[in-house]
Write a protein that binds this ligand. Sequence first.
Ligand SMILES: *Cc1c(COP(=O)(O)O)cnc(C)c1O
Length: 434
Amino acid sequence: MAEFVMDNCSVNENGHLTVAGVDTVELARRYGTPLMVLDENKIRSIARVYKEAMRKYFGEGSMPLFASKALSFTGIYRIMAEEGIGSDAVSSGEIYTAKNAGFDISKMVFHGNNKTDADIEYAISLGIGRFVVDGDEELEAVNEIAGRHGIKQRIELRITPGIDPHTHKAISTGRVDSKFGNAIATGQAEKITVKALSLPNIELMGFHCHIGSQIFEVEPFVQAAEIMMKYIADIKKKTGFTAKELNLGGGFGVRYVKEHPYFDYGQAIKTLADKMKRIASISGIAMPIVFMEPGRSMVASAGLTLYTVGSVKRIPDMKNYVSVDGGMTDNPRYALYQSQYEMVIANKADKKADFACSVAGRCCESGDLLAENIMLQGAEKGDVLAVLVTGAYNYAMASNYNRIPRPELVMIRDGEPYVAIKRESFEDLIRNEI
Ligand SMILES: *Cc1c(COP(=O)(O)O)cnc(C)c1O
């Protein structure tokens, strides 16, 4: 049987690609294309891996917070709520969506390097769990607005540990020049920590760092955690303040194509915990409650996108284009980062992939591509193309460029598909236009 990067994909007796046991060609026929398909059981099982490993190795109170920028919509917050985990947000729009879905906002942390006063007001009025405060202006604004609401607002401070996750080097420049956070190396971290401790309406819970994304090794995370634990110990020595919480951000890698390695999230969490416990005991500090913010790794491998092939263009002695009825409007990741994907002609999934081609979207833009120089089963008009591992940063990044409505999003629970987000209509496109 064919092997796919998604372990919930297979080929059935009709030679069709299946996901979570459901025939994708049938899904395309029933719901139309382009279509986003998400395996709900898969998302829940990944959430449980994180939740159980974090509780087991970091202890009670430690948990994953789903980085909802990877895929923010009503249904996903309901799932995270049911799984008993937290979430993060980077905008009032995400907080609104979560609140409206019944998500407990006290289990939400609020990120961003430029939260407006209106954002801060909104989040405090809904009882946001933590602000991850990025800078001085925000710290002062949270203190002021919390005071007006008569509360002491819990915060974590965003710290820049100075790690380049792709070289594993702890560096005093480089990542220190990030737009996010307060660098330890420049003394700004300590300065804002001391300031946070002095403000009457702020309760400093601890610190946060996020070193990057799509990282396949545990080593950069270990280094970041080590730097953060030493920072906690240093601050305790200087101020007497012991951080109760350490938030290590997101960034675990996802296997998009077979060339990418497997990455065992549970094992990585164990490695991190072992290392941190050793540093805690050497430095004489208590082990903090640990949060992590998986986004991509929580949802990417649960999703695929289905398109209908509209044309196949053969340029003699040069290249072939397979054009589909979606593209950069539902998946801008190839146009933005040349991200690689595994693709298969869903109605010919049992056939050999012997047709060299590039896959083009339908936008009026030469850069609207989903892949270049890949091998597909011989494609023709009417075929269904499946692009695998599209659960993260696809729907979340979708746009209406060229006035293309966003696709439908269907979830599969226990083998039963259901619509979680309706396809946008033309009326939706002009809804706010006067
Ligand atoms: C983007 C982001 C995440 C999630 O990163 P993934 O690579 O999707 O896991 C978590 N925390 C913060 C602060 C982020 O900016």
